[in-house]
Structures are given as C-alpha cells and as structure tokens.
Ligand binder design. Structure first.
Ligand SMILES: [Fe+2]
Ligand SMILES: [Fe+2]
Length: 267
C-alpha cells in the first residue's frame, strides 16, 4: 500500500515499504515537487502502479505535471513512467543519455519528450532551479540525484537508504543505532563496490554533500530526513567501505526456508 505525507510545504512523499525476507523493510519513495512547473521525482515500483496512481492523484492532478525526474531506471523507480507519459502529453522526462539507452531495451522513451542532464547541469522549472548531481553511492550508472535551490531539498536517489524494522515518517524518529545499522546494511547491498573504493576520494564525495548543507535529505529508500540528520547520514556511509560485505541466502538457505514454509502450512 502506498501512503503519502508532506516533507515540506511544497514536497509530498509517496511511500511504500517492501519486505526483504529475513532482513527487514525497505521504504520505496517517490516525490511530488510542487514547483511552478510541477515535477514528479521517480514513479514507484512496477508491481504497485495502480496504487501509485491512486496515491499520486491524492496529492496532485497528474494532468498538472510537467516533468518526471527519473533518478535511474530500476524497477522501483519506473513503475508508472509510461502510464503517465501516455496520459499526459505535456510531461517531459529528465534523465541521462544512458537512461534513454537503457529504457530503449524495454520501453523506449520518445526522444522529443526527453530532457538530458549530466551531473552539475541545472534546469529551471519556473520558480526554482534543479541541479543534477551524482550521489556518493548508487547502484546504477544512470543515477542522477538533484538539489532544489528553493526548498533546499536534496533528492539523493538510492543513496542514504536504510533497511529498517519499522518505517517511521521521519528519519529523526530512528535511533542512531537503527539508522546506522540500516544504512550500512543497505549500502553494502545496493553499492557493493564501496568495499573496493579508495576511502579518500569517497570521503571527499561525502564532503561535497556536507558542504551543500541541504535543509532536507530525501532518499528513495529512507524516511524524509531534516538537515539536522545530515551528519548522522554521512558518518554511517563513511564506515561502509570497511563493513562486512553482504552475502545473500544461498540455495541451501532457500531450501530450508521452503521446507519451513511447507512444514508450517495447514494440512
Ligand atoms: Fe537502484
Ligand atoms: Fe532504488
């Protein structure tokens, strides 16, 4: 089920939580930025498109949208992309050259409805400028987050996500330990390359976010976080290169799980 909440007067969050069996819940967020030219940042998970459209209609008339900012093309971000493009001919999709290429392998984007950005480039949406940026961690080379100079919100794509036992509406409601453990676990799953990086340039990429001093951090996979939580978010990521790598359940574990499910099933 997808619910909505307001992260700022001009930003609505559309959120659902997906269980990762044996590990916890991962929030999946999309955002409506009520700019003069309204922007939808990501479009939910493919399996939840109907629910997503209902939730979206509760915070904006989809006919009013002018832009979809696609942070990347994973299945938890493109769920209602083509549906919205079909319904609203005014929407243009902000993505990268690589994003267009990857979408071309499944559901091509009409080229006259694409707006290409690279990290560092800025696009005006009427009453504010959105600057594309590559977040310090990501799972897909297409990934482009953005900074909104009016709200001070940083939309960080998968970066700063956390696997959680329960998902509150605000990251401030998570204890230091819950946030740290959840973030480290998620980062080892989502960005396993962090175990091979040189810590110095990685720390520099975290410092860039520190210097940006966003008022809000809006990750695709974390409850909304105020600027006051930024240091907690950054410190967790600093530890990931030295953290234990994630190893998923193997076939033996799967068979044990399936046997357990059969054993507990009613006869
Ligand atoms: Fe992703
Ligand atoms: Fe994601």
């Amino acid at each position: 089920m997808i619910t909505t909440y307001e992260a700022a007067p001009d930003i609505d969050v559309l959120t659902s939580s997906f269980p990762v069996p044996g590990f916890g819940l991962i929030p999946i967020n999309a955002f409506v930025l009520h700019a003069a030219e309204p922007v939808l940042i990501d479009t939910g998970a493919v399996v939840e498109s109907d629910d997503f459209m209902t939730a979206l209609q509760s915070v904006i008339d989809p006919a009013d949208l002018r832009w979809i900012w696609l942070t990347h093309t994973d299945f938890d971000h493109i769920g209602s992309l083509h549906r919205l493009l079909g319904e609203n001919p005014q929407i243009r999709v902000i993505t990268t050259f690589l994003g267009v290429g990857i979408m071309g392998l499944s559901a091509p984007l009409p080229m006259d409805r694409v707006h290409l950005v690279n990290p560092g480039q800025t696009i005006s949406v009427g009453d504010r400028s959105l600057t594309a940026m590559r977040p310090p961690t990501f799972d897909n080379p297409i990934t482009t987050g953005l900074y909104d100079d009016r709200s001070g919100a940083l939309f960080s794509a998968d970066c700063f996500g956390a696997l959680l036992a329960e998902v509150p509406q605000s990251a401030e409601d998570l204890s230091d330990d819950e946030l740290h453990q959840g973030q480290v676990f998620w980062a080892t799953v989502d960005s396993p390359w962090l175990h091979t990086v040189d810590p110095t340039p990685f720390a520099a990429s975290l410092d860039e976010i520190r210097q940006l001093r966003p008022d809000l951090v809006l990750s695709s996979h974390l409850p909304a976080a105020s600027g006051g939580s930024l240091e907690r978010l950054l410190r967790s990521l600093e530890t990931v290169p030295a953290a234990a790598p994630f190893v998923g359940p193997d076939q033996v574990a799967l068979e044990q799980m399936l046997a357990g499910m059969t054993g507990s099933a009613p006869h």
